[in-house]
Design a protein around this ligand. Structure first.
Ligand SMILES: Nc1ncnc2c1ncn2[C@@H]1O[C@H](COP(=O)(O)OP(=O)(O)OP(=O)(O)O)[C@@H](O)[C@H]1O
Ligand SMILES: [Mg+2]
Length: 361
């Protein structure tokens, strides 16, 4: 049994996001054989939380098929991103995702809140930045309305802030730093000041994901925010109606203009499942709008989220529905959308990673 034999066993193990064999993606960093013990060192494009276990067990069973008696140890590490030029405060943040929409009220904040929770529950370190200066909703959605934010002055007079934490997610919101209803009367320069506090002075620490809940629209504020932050990509939310789709088009065009990759489109409030007939779906606002607009712009369609009272209740009660596995279809939808987003991020990161290490044994 040699390293080359083990590599041959692994020849057909594929990375599910890239649909290519691990050997081709440069994921097999090293293979060591010592007597009956096999060690495989994998280096996967980050973020790895979704795929690590899956690939790990695929490798283990591929080896076991040929060498059932062997002791197999598989080590997985992340392949870093060489292009990560971040502002100082965001230096430890690996992936920055904007959740945006052209139209208001389509469910951006609900998706952002639940997405952050799904990611945290997968074991990722996650931050949520409520950048909606006019209507910060994350404090309510996370049951933290009225809370303040810890801040301190450094020796050189700089103010630094610390995000609050709930359900394993670090949260910073404009809602923590100003009084209720004050936001609506702020003007441009003041808004910029608040935003600087939230982004440049916040101690996020090391994060796998920082999710931005953007204010609705495609105006100056959104443009400034997306340019100020080194985004990994944007997730655009819509509902199925044509009136929302027109705004999605504007939103995608805005991101393209500033060279931010659109990771895909999520359709929210897609259908209603009556609680007394779980096999039925009513497409109240029409059907297929989200997939059509994704196709039109050649961006991925990331999934449909049903209309479900538990989304609204969860938001109002400070206990987002992603914390409740009994919620059924809507819970599953958030899981699936999150996993599709992470899959797109891995593809995007692969394209930005320097050429993979390939081994010859
Ligand atoms: N899938 C859903 N099922 C039921 N209610 C939903 C769903 N998604 C969002 N809602 C509800 O719709 C309302 C608007 O959602 P949300 O605040 O997330 O939208 P938004 O796009 O962030 O709005 P804004 O543009 O004001 O920031 C909220 O009351 C929310 O609870
Ligand atoms: Mg919102």
């Amino acid at each position: 049994m040699t390293s080359a034999d083990i590599l041959a066993c692994l020849a057909n193990v594929i990375d599910p996001d890239f649909q290519r064999p691990l050997a081709e993606t440069g994921a097999i960093h090293d293979v060591r054989v010592d007597g009956n013990t096999i060690q495989v060192f994998l280096e996967l494009v980050q973020p790895i939380h979704w795929v690590a276990r899956e690939i790990n067990s695929a490798c283990a069973s591929a080896i076991a098929q040929r060498y059932p008696q062997a002791e197999v140890e598989i080590f997985v590490r992340e392949r870093g991103l060489p292009d990560a030029v971040r502002s100082k405060s965001l230096a430890g943040v690996r992936n920055l995702i904007a959740v945006a929409s052209g139209k208001g009220g389509v469910g951006k904040s609900s998706v952002a809140a639940n997405l952050a929770i799904v990611m945290a529950q997968k074991g990722a370190s996650v931050g949520l930045l409520d950048a909606d200066i006019y209507g910060p909703s994350q404090p309510t959605m996370y049951g933290m309305a009225g809370e303040g934010m810890k801040a301190e002055k450094t020796e050189d007079g700089k103010i630094i802030g610390y995000p609050n934490e709930r359900y394993g997610v670090k949260i910073a919101s404009i809602g923590f730093v100003m009084q209720r209803d004050q936001a609506a009367i702020l003007r441009g320069p003041m808004l910029a000041g608040y935003f600087t506090t939230l982004v440049d002075q916040m101690q996020w620490g090391d994060l796998d994901f920082l999710v931005f809940d953007l204010p609705p629209g495609t105006g100056d504020i959104q443009l400034t925010l997306t340019q100020k932050i080194p985004l990994t990509g944007a997730v655009v939310i819509t509902t199925p109606q044509e009136i929302a789709l027109a705004d999605v088009r504007r939103s995608i065009q805005m991101f393209r203009k500033v060279n931010v990759e659109v990771l895909g489109v999520v359709e929210n409030m897609s259908f209603f499942v009556p609680p007394d007939n779980l096999d039925r779906r009513y497409y109240i606002f029409g059907r297929g709008g989200g997939t059509a607009v994704a196709k039109e712009f050649d961006v991925p369609f990331l999934g449909e989220i049903p209309i479900d009272a538990s989304v609204r209740e969860g938001s109002d009660n400070g206990f987002p529905v992603a914390l409740n596995p009994d919620a059924g279809a809507v819970y599953d939808a958030f899981q699936s959308v999150a996993s599709n987003i992470v899959s797109q991020i891995r593809k995007r990161n692969a394209a930005h990673t320097s050429s993979p290490v390939t081994i010859t044994i």
